[in-house]
Design a protein around this ligand. Structure first.
Ligand code: SAM
Length: 360
């Protein structure tokens, strides 16, 4: 009698064992057992970063992956190709670590833009060094950029990022604004550090036509210093911004997007100033509508930021596994995705890997 006979899903032990785990249906897409379909792929291009944000990395950094463990340009193109051709992925976002630290980023973008069907391609970056590369990235096929910027105050930036690079980030944002139609800014608010800067940051973004999104701080820091009672909640951000602006829920459907969006108007004149998003991953989780699958820099699949396990695709790929086998390993990895990230469970354990190591 086998485990399958007993109704217990069995995971393949080697890529050569291609039998389906228990009850996984034979659908081409990345479905999970709760009926969600992942169409949005986040690819971490490197675990290295040139900042040391307090909510992400330790001051001394993390041991970097050996170069040979990180996916090469050709391996990235092959895996993303499998995702868009065989698995129904439609959006690809490059992240890290800091993806601009890859010298071959432009070529990677061009490879993915040449795929058929062509996915939408975006980049999450701290923008340090983007000023000299934005145009080439756009020409290679990059559609959108999200830049992380938590404050406009140089001292606070240096305190949060542990590097005095505000000017370089701003230069990168300026270049991005020149070449891309839409620039989104991501900000994490930390009590006692940059919470008071939230409304100024929003003003600055609205004046320039950038869409700002505040992200609730998640327990993915290297120092394990995250504290639910101290974190800045989405409700608090709404209240704080409401003191300076009028916020109304955006009528446009959210369509699986993590941010709840609000139309921002002037409190004095009622003039529409733009939009702001709030990503309440902790207090108002949106796991039920999650459409993400994640590929780490060393070619592992994670079905969730808070997963404790990964499925290695790079090993099988390097051992000669054909595309259909890799695609099936990916499907199996996603089939086991949990209903939610479980942060509200008493049994919740913070993943060992930080946001920078998983790919934020
Ligand atoms: N280096 C790039 C950047 O700065 O955008 C990409 C990687 S970074 C890990 C991606 C995003 O994750 C950034 O916007 C960062 O602010 C966010 N992030 C990192 N740690 C976080 C945490 N503990 N909670 C919430 N967001 C976090």
């Amino acid at each position: 009698m086998t485990l399958v006979d007993l109704g217990i899903p069995r995971l393949p032990t080697s890529w050569r064992d291609t039998s389906l785990p228990g009850d996984r249906p034979r659908t081409p897409q990345l479905v999970d057992s709760f009926g969600r379909v992942a169409t949005d792929l986040r690819v971490s291009l490197t675990d290295r970063c040139n900042l040391r944000c307090t909510y992400c990395m330790p001051a001394e950094g993390l041991p970097a992956l050996a170069r040979e463990k990180v996916m090469t340009r050709a391996e990235i193109a092959r895996l993303v190709g499998i995702a868009v051709r065989d698995l129904g992925v439609r959006q690809v976002r490059f992240t890290g670590g800091e993806p601009l630290l890859r010298r071959d980023l432009t070529e990677i973008v061009a490879d993915v833009a040449a795929l058929d069907p062509r996915p939408e391609i975006s980049l999450t970056t701290n923008a340090v060094g983007l000023d000299s590369r934005a145009e080439a990235l756009r020409d290679a096929g990059l559609d959108r950029v999200n830049v992380s910027l938590d404050t406009l105050d140089p001292d606070t930036f240096a305190r949060l990022a542990r590097r005095p690079f505000l000017e370089r980030t701003l230069a990168g944002i300026e270049a991005a604004a020149r070449v891309f139609d839409l620039v989104k800014i991501n900000a994490v608010l930390v009590r006692g550090v940059n919470l008071d800067h939230a409304a100024d940051l929003l003003s600055w973004c609205l004046e320039r036509g950038f869409e700002l999104r505040f992200i609730e701080q998640m327990p993915l820091d290297a120092d394990h210093a995250w504290d639910r009672t101290a974190m800045v909640t989405a409700a608090e951000v709404r209240e704080l911004l409401g003191e300076r602006f009028t916020l109304a829920p955006d009528a446009e459907p959210r369509d699986g997007a993590p941010a709840e969006r609000f139309v921002v108007r002037s409190r004095d004149t009622g003039e529409r100033l733009g939009r702001v998003g709030i990503i309440a991953s902790v207090t108002e989780p949106f796991c039920g509508d999650c459409r993400r699958t994640r590929l780490t820099a060393e070619g592992g699949i994670r079905d969730c930021l808070f997963a404790h396990t990964e499925t290695d695709l790079l090993g099988p790929l390097r051992e000669g596994a054909p595309d259909d086998v890799v695609a099936d390993l990916w499907r199996t990895a996603m089939w086991g995705k949990r209903a939610g990230h479980g942060m509200d469970d008493a049994s919740f354990v913070q993943p060992e890997r930080t946001m920078s190591a998983i790919g934020g």
